[in-house]
Design a protein around this ligand. Sequence first.
Ligand code: ATR
Length: 277
Amino acid sequence: MTENRIPLAGVIGHPIAHSRSPKLHGHWLKTYGLAGHYIPMDVAPEDLEQVLRTLPRAGFVGVNVTVPHKEAALRLADFVTERAQRIGAANTLGFGADGSIRADNTDGYGFMENLRSGAPDWDPEDGPAVVFGAGGAARAVIAALAEAGTPEIILTNRTRARADQLKEEFGPLVTVVDWLQAGNVVEDAELVVNTTSLGMVGQPELRVPLDGLQPGALVTDLVYAPLKTRLLREAEAAGCTTVDGLGMLLHQAVPGFAAWFGTKPQVDEAARAAALA
Ligand code: ATR
């Protein structure tokens, strides 16, 4: 890239219209008075490789990738961070001056930062975490909790085989419990996490009985539309601490923005409002 070129970044998905990232990055660019642009790009899977190889030549310094490109982007990358490798998917790509692609995954980082700022008294080492779901988001959450020293992860998923697969990858730290038994394990939890799409606008509710929850437990939902899911409402009513999922979306965006535009942005009320606008 030549000097004085305005850095370009964006998010690639298929579809992409729903993405909140352009509003968030646009807000930060404006707030910090930085030169740069962040744009949504709808790219079909068969075009991903060609687009990623071309963007650096057009002045792009990196991109976020979202559904359905997270695994493909990892495979196409020239360099992969350890955490992206562990998760098996990328969400943040940096382009080298020679057009090389470095793949990172900041979902687990975003998850942990969201809990650290939303529930500062929670210590991941304090006790077991119960995780609902075994998709890509669960993988990032489990990897982050494992790294933070959570002593036990109780995993439950509608399709048991996917949970068993994660257990195989993450080892004895993970215990798999049948989906229909999920309500029986929450009583041991210091942390409960929903990584499924249940509870999202237009999706069925997550219907796990929560009567066993300890009042001191922390409950978080990766679903952020609505902001206050039924899970969070019920947890609140049971006296638990709750953290909504919007913060994870905001925090996972921080490393990319910092690398591309040179300033580490703040996750604050204004950033939340911008992402929700
Ligand atoms: P993501 O990358 O967001 O995790 P995903 O890999 O498609 O997306 O995973 C979606 C998760 O939501 C899975 O755990 C899925 O359960 P299955 O593995 O059984 O498909 C869960 N999920 C989606 N719809 C569900 C439903 N109606 N009931 C129970 N779980 C559901």
